[in-house]
Design a protein around this ligand. Sequence first.
Ligand code: UDX
Length: 448
Amino acid sequence: MVIRETKPVIFLFTFPLQGHLNPNFQLANILFKRGFSITVIHTEFNAPNPSNFPHFTFVSIPDGLSESEASNPDVIELLHDLNSKCVAPFGDCLKKLLSQEPTAACVIVDALWYFTDGLTEKFGIPRMVLRTVNLSAFVAFSKFHVLREKGYLSLQESQADLPVPELPHLRMKDLPWFQTDDPRSGDKLKKGVLKSLKSSSGIIFNAVEDLEAEQLKQSLKEFPVPHFCIGPFHKHVSLSSSSLLTQDMTCLAWLDKQELNSVIYVSLGSIASIDESEFLEIAWGLRNSNQPFLWVVRPGLIRGTQWIENLPKGFIESLDGKGKIVKWAPQIEVLAHRATGGFLTHCGWNSTIESICEGVPLICKPSFGDQRVNARYISDVWRIGLHLENEIERVEIERAVRTLMKSSEGEEIGKRIMPMRETAEKCLEPGGSSFMNLEKLIAHILSF
Ligand code: UDX
């Protein structure tokens, strides 16, 4: 093993969706802090703001997406378009970068860039992959062939609650499923991602080994390449924002005026969408709970409307200051605020780990993909949240908010999240699992 004396350049190919850009940039910051130079390769679509990261070099590649492709509500189709259109531009970019930096250590790609294996092999540069989901969801994805063969991915409604024999804890309805018009498109994505992971020089996870030790073992069996669980990423270094939308900072002043642990924070992440009737049910459920709430209604969240124009007249006034609705929030700060006592979430992994790190218990309303697996772990395995499993109805929302924030059951849930929070904190300290795994990751990169 050759250990270099100077720390070389890493090329990081970020994926242009919010739930990926955040961990992509967090990882870049972690590696920069350890002395690596970082060159960020990004698409023009959803381009990050370089001025937030003056310590990195930025290289933009043309993605060739048309306006209609860039705004395709079928995210899986968008992923395939990006993967097919970026082959030539990424190849040209890599060739040019390698001529300038022939000693570059490796390329780190987000796992959704499933086309990159052929090109990195052609140019003879090691390729590591960042997988932004946790290990429990990852293991469920990795069994996709078996699940498809056994017909679990196309079951009837009546079988939704049956357990999945191959995946303890999960029910049929929790299996990773994608919002796409063509189910073959979801299969193509999974196949592409799994193939590119198997041929990688290692997989980096924003996960904590001590929280998912069994799943790590299973994943290593399926993917015999080094795994590095170095999460929670956002707790390693102080962060600059990689937010594509402007975060409404007035949330924090509003939270300052609320009582300790009194506010339910509500956000369904950066991709999921709901229809207007679901939106209204959530609105009334929150209002009827009588609990202060901070609600992120992202433009595009409600299908067919601009923003909150369809709230009944007088609804906001009727809240009497008890509710605040914003387009996008500084989520990490909101979760860390002393007034935030619960999180009604779609269970994206970033949101979940951010909440665990602040000891904020959850109400789960998952939509697709890994979110369903996360929700099952949150409610049934870790038991740090409630699970809304039926259609969205105001009485259910009201009941869940009251239970989480005001009942002895909610208090128990709140107590159970604290040891997880502590584990997520301790793993970063010297000798902790993520601390040690980061040392191994650095040694691994330096050995290429
Ligand atoms: C989706 C998947 O569900 C997720 O599991 C996968 O890893 C990435 O793609 P997304 O809908 O973006 O994710 O949710 P999530 O993973 O929770 O990421 C959202 C990010 O946006 C979080 O880092 C959160 O802090 C940030 N955010 C969210 C804000 O900064 N402000 C907001 O108002 C809402």
